[in-house]
Design a protein around this ligand. Structure first.
Ligand SMILES: *Cc1c(COP(=O)(O)O)cnc(C)c1O
Length: 367
């Protein structure tokens, strides 16, 4: 039986998508060739790219004036590319620091100009989202991270600014409804909620580009990629295809509004158990909790071995917290069925039961 996959990324994809993807690797759409051995300039692949692009526009409900790109280099390269394309020579950018990924974005932007970190939750190991901050007005753009994959916090409100708004949505894009048109640049590594590793989604408002006064290397220039429909060089054909399948799966399910409801139910089920169960404690502040990455700890480390054995035996995989945080992290992305979360909840309840029985025994012995 397939395991209950709580991995943070690369992570779970819909079972039917995996099946279709595996078929395409052998024989793509009955053309007697593999998807990964045909030209990216073939009409078959151009159609895949167009479909993928259109699905993004449709699901995010984007108005005219946005370009959708499938690039390489991960979200990590976008940390640099965003700055290259938007930070003016001699200009300044404002960053909201809510975790490891924000910090990495800040580091890259500093290579190209001045960066003002206008708020940070580093003081409490990033277990909350800063609020009541003042966004600087003398900046070329404001950057934020919508979901902090490692710490399990999520922005419910975005910085209010008249400057350009840039967001790393790697780990929660397509998971909840937002006014995507209030963002000028969105980027997301595919491997958390969209597809396999290997491609990065970039959604950019065309009119904001070409204004920095700097020379941008071709591969880092959004305008170059836009002019070539994401085919300036060979695109990651397999990753784009599987992303397209996943987006189609989401559309068939009813789109973002439908998945958002399911995601809320899933997260509520797990957070309720964390709060109810006497052995566990959540890591993130309640009001800032992520619907995608649920971080929690055992109150008493003495039960670690017993808990780890229980969830392993239940067929659960990928529950270990990020190496920088420890504890546990249940990543419950779009493709995660609620049944798998129920299995985890059952295991948590079982641990509590075992512990209580043991305590009762200990008490009766000491009497
Ligand atoms: C995983 C992740 C990244 C890094 O993505 P890569 O594709 O590995 O470069 C960046 N930001 C966030 C929010 C992430 O979750």
């Amino acid at each position: 039986m397939k395991k209950h996959n709580f991995s943070a990324g690369p992570c779970i994809l819909p079972q039917e998508v995996l099946k279709k993807a595996s078929e395409a690797v052998v024989n793509f759409n009955g053309i007697d060739l593999s998807l990964i051995e045909i030209s990216h300039r073939s009409k078959e692949f151009i159609e895949v790219m167009e479909n993928a692009r259109n699905l993004v526009k449709e699901l995010l409900n984007l108005p005219e004036g946005y370009s959708v790109l499938f690039l390489q280099g991960g979200a990590s390269l976008e940390f640099l590319m965003a700055a290259y394309n938007l930070l003016k020579v001699g200009g300044k950018a404002g960053y909201l620091d809510t975790g490891t990924w924000s910090s990495k974005a800040i580091k890259e932007a500093k290579l190209l100009g001045e960066v003002e970190v206008f708020a940070s939750s580093k003081d409490q190991s990033y277990n909350y989202i800063p609020k009541n901050y003042t966004v600087p007005t003398d900046v070329d753009y404001v950057h934020c991270t919508s979901n902090n994959t490692i710490f399990g916090t999520q922005l419910k409100e975005f910085p209010k600014t008249d400057s350009l708004l840039v967001c790393d949505m790697s780990s929660d894009i397509f998971s909840r409804q937002l006014d995507f048109n209030k963002f000028d640049l969105i980027y997301a590594g595919a491997q958390k909620n969209m597809g396999p590793a290997g491609t990065t989604l970039v959604v950019v408002k065309d009119e904001i580009l070409g204004k920095t006064g700097r020379t941008i290397p071709s591969m880092l220039d959004y305008q170059v990629h836009i002019s070539k429909d994401s085919m300036f060089n060979t695109p990651p054909v397999f990753a784009v295809y599987v992303s397209m399948l996943t987006l189609q799966w989401l559309k068939d399910l009813g789109g973002i509004s439908a998945i958002e409801k399911i995601n809320q139910e899933k997260a509520t089920l797990l957070y309720n158990e964390i709060d109810r169960n006497s052995l566990f404690i959540g890591f993130a502040e309640k009001e800032d909790r992520s619907l995608m990455n649920v971080t929690f700890n055992l109150i008493d480390e003495a039960y670690k071995e017993a808990f780890d054995k229980l969830w392993n035996d239940a067929g659960i995989s990928g529950l270990k917290g990020h190496r920088s945080v420890g504890g546990y992290r249940a990543s419950i992305y779009n493709a995660m069925p609620i049944e798998s979360i129920q299995v985890l909840v059952d295991v948590m309840q079982q641990l509590e039961k075992n512990y209580k029985t043991k305590n009762q025994k200990d008490e009766s012995i000491s009497k």
